[in-house]
Ligand binder design. Structure first.
Ligand code: FUB
Length: 313
């Protein structure tokens, strides 16, 4: 009987919530893709007990049913590159012309590695960054690669300033200038998907509102200047102009990152929540629904469960 109000609320409100951890501790920044009927997640690999964003390698996870996930092991690591020694952060992956591409940030630069299978082994394709420091007016992190229906590939990235650059057919060479995009409330964690003829740029937002939340997960609530949630903007072009559409989900964490993917004709949101500490995050997924006008039905998460995390030391 206790479950009834929850089901009723979800039905009446048209909203879903489950906050179920799907990957083993600790993974974050999940970039999901579907290749040959299998869903792959490329997350950041958080270090247990870490007191910093000091990650050093990446795993991949695969699933055929979205219920059981196989850890495919380390697919790439900082040991495999010569040009950066720290910050193995939020990656993305792509498939084109029989090759898998792994786009990764390292030390505030973005590189690309290639493999013949989705689980690697990946090898640094360039021996140098694809996007270096100080050439784009933004912090060079959080790559997201989107291939449009006309075949053109785009690499989105950045923190606080949103950037995009086209990729050539080889997927490891830039084409043209890095483009600045004007995106409302943009913080980081770009993700691009297309539905119908609309382009959806979703991202971790920085909404200039004073909110009551723990400064650190598990900490006492206090007023903070920015709330970090996943929000989105839409356009009829992958390069904008962007029209802000609002928040998709609040994960009640000071840190956020997600991806949106269609799997067997249903849409899903993959995201993480912080905890048990600031630098230990866990990956979850939720079904995602669109209204007839193309806008996204926001997801209500309860501020409970996984969110109960210990304060950072
Ligand atoms: O995982 C490290 C960083 O935290 C990512 O690059 C950001 O998107 C944020 O999730």
């Amino acid at each position: 009987m206790r479950i009834l109000p929850v089901v009723l609320l979800a039905f009446l409100g048209g909203r879903a919530f489950c906050q179920k951890q799907i990957l083993p501790d600790y993974q974050a920044d999940p970039s999901a893709h579907v290749w040959q009927g299998t869903t792959w997640i490329y997350p950041s690999h958080d270090l247990p007990n870490s007191q910093d964003w000091a990650m050093t390698d990446w795993h991949a996870f695969s699933s055929k049913d979205l219920k059981t996930w196989k850890d495919e092991g380390v697919i790439f690591s900082l040991d495999s590159i010569t040009w950066a020694k720290k910050w193995a952060w939020a990656p993305d992956a792509a498939f084109r012309n029989g090759t898998y591409y792994f786009y990764f940030p390292a030390d505030g630069m973005i590189g690309v590695a290639t493999a013949k299978t989705p689980k690697g082994p990946f090898k640094d394709a360039l021996g140098k960054p694809l996007i270096g420091k100080n050439e784009s007016g933004t912090f060079v992190i959080d790559p997201c690669v989107f291939q449009d229906t006309d075949g053109q590939a785009y690499l989105y990235f950045g923190q606080n300033n949103s950037r995009v650059v086209k990729l050539k057919d080889d997927m490891v060479t830039r084409e043209g200038d890095i483009i600045n995009m004007d995106v409302a409330n943009f913080h980081e964690g770009s993700w691009m998907h297309k539905k119908g003829d609309w382009y959806y740029l979703s991202y971790c937002s920085r909404e200039a509102e004073s909110v009551e939340m723990p400064e650190y997960p598990g900490g006492a609530p206090k007023k903070v200047k920015y709330n970090s949630r996943i929000a989105y903007s839409v356009s009829k072009s992958p390069l904008g102009p962007w029209q802000y559409k609002g928040v998709i989900i609040d994960n009640y964490s000071r840190n956020n990152h997600h991806s949106i993917v269609e799997i067997k004709k249903k849409w899903y949101l993959f995201y993480h929540v912080q905890g048990p500490s600031f630098f230990e995050r866990r990956v979850c997924m939720e079904p995602l629904r669109f209204r007839p006008d193309g806008t996204i039905v926001p997801i209500d998460l309860p501020n409970t469960g996984l969110r109960k995390v210990a304060a950072v030391k």
